[in-house]
Every structure is written in structure tokens, then in C-alpha cells.
Design a protein. Structure first.
Length: 180
């Protein structure tokens, strides 16, 4: 699977279950993390706000070496991390999509380094895109994006994994940092 496809596969994260069906089941009956929104869309919303700011406010310029060297390197690193994350999930046979039940804890591949390689990869890609597009204003919403990811996605996923896998996940959580 190509690296670009990996990012856009992650972009498809949304809950296809009709609201009425979720209401019938009740929130506690669902075997999912119940994240606030698909994480790739949270990152894209931040970029959109940043590009809007870039269009409205006086622009700044990024030196070409930073724009292409650092920005390009961050995009490659971020997409590579996303591809590695997808591969680790595929090998373990568990779903990437947050609306599907998690069937296993992944501790190999990028999970040897961080508990959240996908979000780290998306953050690196975000910064790289902002630099490559010479849009420093696009970086302004990133702290808000990361706070939303941390509080409304990661915390919910961790609670779900603790409920579902108990001590196995708690042990993994003690051995790995949330980000890096």
C-alpha cells in the first residue's frame, strides 16, 4: 500500500453507524472508543483554519531550505510513520478504523517507540505541509489540534483499551510514552 494511500485510508475514519442504531444500542453497548471525530479530519480542519489565516493575514516567508528540506523531510517521515502504523495493525489483524472493535493490542513496529504513532505521523505531516506550502500561519492552530487529539481522541481510546484489555493494556501503557 502506498504511503499516500495510507494517509487517505486513515482519512476515512468516521462512524458509519446510523444515529438511531447507536441510540438503540446505547453508548455503553458499542465496542469502540467513541472518539469525538475522525483524527485525520481534526488535523485537516486545523490546516484549513491555518490556510484561511494565511489568506487573510500578512504572509511570512520560509527560506527554501526549510520549506523544501525540513518540510519535505517531515512529510516523508510522517507518511512513513503512518504506513508503518498501518502495517503493524494489518499484521496483528486489528482494525484501524475507530468505529470497528479493536481485537488486539499492537506493541510491535512503531508501537515500540510511542503509544500513538498515527497521531505523531499526522502531526509531522501537518507541520511538513505547512512548511512546504510556505504557510507559517497554518502552524498557529496546531496546538489546538493536538489538544483536541489528546483530550477527545487519545484519552477516549485509552479508556476503551483499559476496559477491553485490562492489565495487558495498562502494562503496555506503563512502558510507552503517549507521544514520544
Amino acid at each position: 500500500m502506498g504511503v499516500g494511500v495510507t494517509f487517505f485510508t486513515a482519512l476515512q475514519r468516521s462512524d458509519p453507524t446510523p444515529t438511531s442504531e447507536r441510540d438503540r444500542e446505547g453508548e455503553g453497548a458499542r465496542d469502540t472508543a467513541g472518539v469525538v471525530a475522525p483524527p485525520p479530519l481534526i488535523f485537516l480542519a486545523g490546516l484549513a483554519v491555518g490556510f484561511g489565516l494565511e489568506a487573510l493575514l500578512p504572509g511570512t516567508s520560509v527560506p527554501a531550505a526549510v520549506q523544501w528540506g525540513v518540510g519535505g523531510g517531515l512529510v516523508v517521515a510522517g507518511l512513513g510513520l503512518l504506513a508503518w502504523f498501518n502495517t503493524a495493525f494489518s499484521r496483528k489483524g486489528t482494525a484501524v478504523e475507530p468505529w470497528k472493535p479493536t481485537t488486539a493490542i499492537v506493541t510491535t513496529g512503531p508501537y515500540r517507540l510511542t503509544r500513538n504513532p498515527a497521531y505523531l505521523g499526522m502531526a509531522l505531516t501537518y507541520v511538513g505541509i505547512a512548511l512546504m506550502s510556505d504557510s507559517l500561519w497554518a502552524l498557529l492552530p496546531l496546538p489546538v489540534v493536538l489538544a483536541v487529539i489528546d483530550r477527545a481522541v487519545i484519552v477516549r481510546e485509552e479508556r476503551y483499551l483499559e476496559r477491553k484489555f485490562g492489565e495487558e493494556y495498562l502494562d503496555f501503557k506503563r512502558r510507552r510514552r503517549r507521544w514520544i
